[in-house]
Design a protein around this ligand. Structure first.
Ligand code: TZP
Ligand code: MG
Length: 212
């Protein structure tokens, strides 16, 4: 996979948006559209289901040389050979973890990203050694309906202060992308605007073009 700093478009296979499509087909379309990273987000799946999904998607992402991020399950991510894992505040700090190195035993190349929703959380994530952080939700989003929007103010703060690769996330679409870029974002995570598009690969390619 590309170095994280060069990854701009972070797309998702989110099982909430499958609508009958196969996860593997979606992964293909995201790769074809130019995603730099793909996260498997399967909030209502059992660990065994996540493992099977991850193994299927890895066949696609490995071939495309794109990093696969497993949401929520660091041990499983390492076991299946995914390149990265993403954890929320509740999965990491609230669960008693302090350093991402706790998850890197015997695999120093394995990377951990952390969600953050405020400057204080970002500083704590950086001190914990996060390989990347997510900044959001920038806008309200149906993908995470209970999360409060952090607004472009937090994006501007990140642009001025965050020294690891960071991705703006939450409610991003092709209409508001320019405002997010103007606030200083150079990397974005996009779930529903890509997975709900009539043509996933084309939607992905449009984000890619806008980010170049
Ligand atoms: N974390 C913060 S916002 C969000 C997550 C997982 C959801 C982003 O999804 P969408 O559909 O791109 O708003
Ligand atoms: Mg989580």
């Amino acid at each position: 996979m590309k170095p994280l700093a060069d990854c701009k478009l972070y797309a998702f296979v989110d099982t909430a948006y499958l609508n009958g499509r196969s996860p593997k087909t979606l992964a293909h379309q995201l790769c074809e559209g130019g995603a730099d990273l793909i996260q498997l987000r399967a909030k209502h799946s059992s660990l065994e289901e996540v493992r099977q999904l991850a193994e299927a998607i890895l066949e696609v992402t490995r071939h495309a040389n794109i990093g696969l991020v497993i949401n929520d399950h660091p041990a499983l991510a390492r076991e299946v050979g995914a390149e990265l894992c993403h954890l929320g505040q509740e999965d990491f700090f609230d669960a008693g973890h302090r350093q991402v190195s706790e998850f890197k035993i015997q695999n120093s190349k394995f990377k951990i990203g952390l969600s953050t929703h405020s400057p204080e959380q970002a500083q704590r994530a950086l001190a914990a050694g996060a390989d990347y952080i997510a900044i959001g939700p920038v806008y309200p989003t149906g993908t995470k309906p209970t999360a409060k929007a952090v607004t472009l103010d937090y994006v501007r703060w990140a642009a001025a202060n965050v020294i690891v690769p960071w991705f703006a996330i939450g409610g991003l679409n092709l209409q508001n992308l320019d405002a997010v870029l103007a606030a200083g974002a150079r990397r974005v995570c996009v779930v529903s605007a890509i997975l709900n598009a009539p043509d996933v690969a084309q939607a992905c390619a449009e984000f890619r073009r806008a980010l170049e």
